[in-house]
Design a protein around this ligand. Structure first.
Ligand code: SAM
Length: 273
């Protein structure tokens, strides 16, 4: 049950600064650029996000996960990766690379000494904007949420440019089809938060579920099927990541299972007469 889940009543009420402190000021305003653009629904242990974060350092990406402990795990992993990235940066002065100058007030300042690092490690909450640089996992976050509900409470119309549904739970029995993460009703909601030109990626090892998701997306007037390795998918690093980066994807690989993939582009809204 998700009675304990909390939702903002509208996107303006989300305080994204708590999730992406590097990118927001104290008033919750993004310093530059856009809000969250990539959403991984049912992100599990977050493998996709961790792989994409350094590839798109200026894009904010969010995992939505319903299980409490899994969400906590991903959160802790992000904090650890941010710290590790910071340590890596600190160790640079001893290598041939010169230390980054830290004079400008806009650019993050380096942590001064070991004491500071210990303090950061002791209290992960202290990983604040001052200690993060783009490319140091500051652009990835996770939220405990039911991805099948209330997405428009989190995201504005047309906010997202990528939406991922990777190895979702299959819900085999037909009376449970409504529980599937892709359904005609939910597609309207996904189309709402996705911008025209945005892409939905789906992958699963369950052929029956693939056929179901692919069929419903294919039949929806606001989605157009894309061809792998062609057009916008050509050279798109997300495709490779969708296949191989997630924990479930790796498990399927170990078991030598098949993977069924599709991607769809969000079409422009029809012009209203
Ligand atoms: N995408 C991940 C991967 O590829 O490794 C996880 C796949 S796992 C089979 C499905 C995940 O979706 C689980 O972690 C589950 O808790 C989560 N999940 C199921 N229903 C959900 C919902 N309505 N909202 C958010 N997450 C959900």
């Amino acid at each position: 049950s998700d009675h304990s889940l909390q939702y903002p009543s509208r996107p303006e009420e989300m305080n994204w600064g708590t999730i992406f402190p590097h990118f927001y000021d104290r008033d919750g305003e993004r310093k530059s650029g856009e809000g969250v653009e990539f959403a991984d629904v049912g992100c599990g242990f977050g493998g996709l996000l961790m792989q994409l974060a350094p590839l798109f350092p200026e894009k904010l990406m969010l995992g939505l996960e319903i299980r409490v402990h899994v969400t906590q795990y991903v959160h802790d992993k992000i904090v650890a990766l941010r710290l590790a990235a910071e340590r890596g940066r600190l160790e640079q002065p001893s290598s041939t690379e010169p230390a980054e100058p830290s004079t400008s007030t806009d650019t993050p300042t380096a942590v001064e000494d070991e004491e500071d690092i210990d303090e950061l490690t002791a209290n992960a909450q202290l990983v604040s904007s001052a200690h993060l640089t783009p490319g140091s996992y500051s652009n990835v976050g996770v939220l405990r949420a039911n991805g099948m509900k209330f997405l428009p409470n989190f995201f504005h119309k047309h906010q997202l440019s990528k939406l991922f549904f990777l190895f979702p739970d299959p819900h085999f029995k037909s009376r449970k089809h409504k529980a599937r993460i892709i359904s005609p009703t939910l597609l309207a909601e996904y189309a709402y938060v996705l911008r025209p030109g945005g892409i939905v990626y789906i992958i699963t090892d369950v052929k029956e579920l693939y056929d179901w998701m692919d069929k419903h997306l294919g039949e929806h007037p606001l989605f157009k099927r894309l061809v792998k390795d062609e057009g916008v998918l050509k050279g798109d690093p997300c495709v490779e990541a969708v296949y191989t980066a997630t924990e479930e994807g790796k498990k399927v690989e170990r078991n030598r299972g098949d993977k069924w993939f599709s991607a769809f582009e969000r079409l422009p809204d029809p012009i209203e007469e």
